[in-house]
Structures are given as C-alpha cells and as structure tokens.
Design a protein. Structure first.
Length: 202
C-alpha cells in the first residue's frame, strides 16, 4: 500500500524537481532577487518583482535549503509518531511522508504564486528596521496580513488566506481523512501562526 502511494507521488516529484532545477539554472539573472526574501520597509527606491521573479521566488521557497530541511523534519516527526498510521513505519514509509510534505509545499507555493500574479502582491517581507522591540513585533504581526503591492502601496495578503486555509484540503486527497490530525481550519490557523513567528524572527 505504502509502496504504491510512494510510486504515484515520487515520480511526479522527481520530474518536477528536475524541471525546477533546470529553470533555476537558466534564470541566474534574477538569483539575487529571490535569494534575499527580506528587505527593509523604507528602501530609497522601491523596485517590484516582475512575474518571472515572483515565480522564481516561489520555486526558491520550495527548493531552498531551509524549506527542504523543514520537509525532512516534518516527515521525521510523522515517522516517529507513525502519522498517518496506515503508512506504517518502514524506511519506505518515511520516503512516502517526505513526498507528502514536499507535495504540500509544492501545492502551497504554486497556488500562492497564482494569487500574487492576479492581485499583484509582492511576496517579500519588508523588515521594519526601526523602533523598539514591541514596535517591531507589532509591525511583524500586522505585516503578516498586510503586504506590499507592485506599486509599493499596501494591500491585504490574500495569498496567505487562500493557501493557509486551502492547502490542507488538497493534502487530504492523498492523506487518509480518518488519520489526518487537524481539520482544514485548525491547520490554516496553525500555518498563520507559523507565518507570524517567521516574521518575528526576521
């Protein structure tokens, strides 16, 4: 059972990984833009990302070192807790869990890119760089839900809500619902909390 699931998920993941790496290799001219996701809130001249740069930013959020380490860590926790139980606890099951978390990341960031392409959100987080700890913390929380648009103004982070609350329902398609620990709303709320924590860390 686990083997069949692994084959169905791993083959597309490998093909996707190969294609994405090829795309990154061909787009070295925007490498600097996607490798620096955090900028300051008041740059002297705001320079928006074009559509190609936004997509490469999303690819970096999937295939960067930190995201891949996070995929492995989440899979290891699921393996230790045997979640979902139907996947077992063999080495092959660990590979299935890695494929599952990688698939969730792929879905999330591609949907995120699609929303941003439509509503012209800037995917980057712009650090405050001023004020005391409380003011910076408040800024980080607010700017989890409010982001820059391509004109440099502010707008709601629609991509955040669509992906954080939509991705869990897609993941259910390959994870047995009866073993899925959190429902969609709980998972979305947790994801929003993680986003706030990431901004505070920045």
């Amino acid at each position: 059972m686990a083997g069949a699931v692994f084959i169905r998920m791993a083959i597309p993941a490998v093909l996707l990984l190969s294609s994405a790496l090829g795309l990154l290799a061909q787009q070295s001219d925007v490498e600097e833009s996607i490798s620096q996701p955090v900028a300051y809130a008041a740059p002297s001249t705001y320079v928006p990302l074009d559509l190609k740069q936004k997509y490469l930013y999303s690819i970096n959020e999937i295939l960067g070192i930190s995201p891949l380490l996070a995929v492995a860590a989440h899979a290891a926790l699921d393996q230790a807790g045997v979640q979902p139980a139907t996947w077992g606890k063999s080495p092959e099951s660990f590979a299935v869990r890695i494929a599952s978390h990688f698939g969730a990341s792929f879905v999330r960031h591609n949907v995120e890119f699609g929303v941003r392409a439509l509503d012209h959100e800037d995917p980057r987080y712009f650090r405050s760089g001023a004020g005391n700890g409380w003011k910076r913390a408040k800024y980080a929380v607010v700017h989890t839900f409010v982001v820059r648009n391509d004109k440099g103004g502010m707008m709601p982070a629609y991509s955040l809500f669509v992906t954080d609350f939509g991705t869990p329902f897609v993941v259910r398609e390959w994870r047995a619902p009866r073993t899925y620990a959190l429902n969609g709303f709980e998972s979305g709320t947790m994801a929003v909390g993680i986003g706030i924590g990431a901004n505070l860390f920045h």
